[in-house]
Write a protein that binds this ligand. Structure first.
Ligand SMILES: [Zn+2]
Length: 378
């Protein structure tokens, strides 16, 4: 079972120990950046808890029995995945059918590859209704010796009402149900929810493992895979998304924006920015993904600039752009300004998860970057 999981040895040991001791908390909170296997581990854990013929002293699922198979394909009542849905409240049967269809398509992909990142168009939040449904399910009994595992992916996308409803559920523990919340942004969760779950922090993946996975499963050339693994910051999802974009072209645009956009009038800044933003015609999800990559490249750039000015050249990622980096830092080399610039980019990245107006987010970010990096002319 755990053989499917990339890295995360420390996390596996903690969970195996929990199975051995028979002492499970009411809920776990799996935290750490996106794309490092939080869902994948949650699914494997659900199998291990319910396997009919477990291995390794009961701490490892066989992956072949009926229980393992049913859980792995989400056909079992012992597993539930809850994930953000689109923000529409449409009552049209066509819209509802479409959403259900897309959701089950995503689940099928997840069953096939537990590292698949579930994304639905315009899905920004886990709704109150979804939490009500799982509250009801959690109150039902299960077969003796079995454990229902409810996985709430991206739990931080629950708004206040949904979090309140979940909190109530966590306050009335059911021995038959284990909640696993996953989040790359746990600070957005109520402190009361955090305190009622056992926090397990996940580690970043080793770039070598990511490179291997890209070569084996995504047919990326080894050299390109090595580069993407380095850019990905330890996240398989990020690396895979980058593999599907023309990342070098995007990076060129980022450099161009920093070179030209920052030094001219505000009108030029916006014009330069529009050259960077993906066209309006394309699918929202694709545009969001591209914008996320862009922001990631911005962040990497500022981190590299900081590494360069603090003489920490070993941690530079854009090693092939040393010339541009050097020129950039000769103009914008003030470390405290660079740190602020990095924060601005990180906030923009988190804003793109919460709203649909991607262009507005980028414009705000650009203006803030300009004000931060360019000292006002006297
Ligand atoms: Zn099994």
């Amino acid at each position: 079972m755990w053989t499917k999981i990339i890295g995360q040895d420390r996390v596996k040991r903690i969970l195996q120990q929990a199975i051995r001791s028979g002492k499970l908390p009411n809920g776990y909170l799996f935290t750490g950046t996106e794309g490092i296997g939080k869902d994948a581990v949650a699914i494997e854990f659900a199998k291990a808890l319910n396997c009919d013929t477990p291995l390794a002293g009961g701490t490892e699922a066989c992956d072949t029995c009926a229980a393992c198979k049913a859980i792995g394909t989400f056909q079992s009542p012992l597993i539930r995945m809850v994930f953000p849905l689109a923000k529409t409240d449409s009552w049209s049967q066509k819209d509802i059918d479409e959403e259900i269809g897309l959701a089950s398509e995503q689940l099928a992909l997840k069953a096939d590859d537990p590292y698949h990142n579930i994304v639905l168009p315009k899905a920004l939040e886990i709704k109150l209704d979804q939490i009500r449904t799982i509250r009801l399910e959690a109150s039902r009994s299960v077969q003796t010796g079995k454990k229902r595992v409810i996985i709430i992916c991206e739990a931080d996308t629950m708004r206040t009402e949904a979090q309140n409803a979940l909190l109530k559920t966590l306050e009335e523990p059911q021995a038959s149900t284990l909640f696993i919340l996953t989040s790359s942004n746990p600070a957005r969760l109520f402190a009361t929810i955090q305190s009622r779950s056992q926090d397990i922090r996940f580690d970043l993946l080793n770039p070598v493992d990511i490179q291997q996975k890209l070569v084996d499963e995504n047919e990326v050339e080894p050299k390109q895979a090595e580069f993407l693994a380095r850019l990905s910051g330890g996240s398989l999802t990020v690396a895979r998304n980058m593999a599907s974009e023309d990342i070098l072209e995007l990076r060129k645009k980022v450099v161009q924006f920093l070179r030209v956009g920052l030094s001219r009038s505000r009108k030029n800044l916006i014009a330069e920015l529009d050259g960077v933003i993906p066209r309006r015609g394309s699918e929202f999800m694709e545009r969001r993904q591209t914008v996320e990559q862009l922001l990631r490249l911005f962040a990497i750039w500022f981190r590299d600039a900081l590494a360069l000015v603090s003489n920490n050249k070993d941690s530079i990622i854009n090693t092939d752009l040393m010339d541009d980096l050097t020129k950039f830092t000769s103009r914008f080399g003030d470390p405290s300004r660079l740190v602020r610039a990095l924060h601005i980019v990180q906030r923009a990245a988190s804003d793109t998860r919460l709203q649909l107006q991607l262009r507005e987010v980028l414009i705000t970010m650009s203006i803030e970057l300009e004000e931060t990096l360019l000292p006002k002319a006297a």
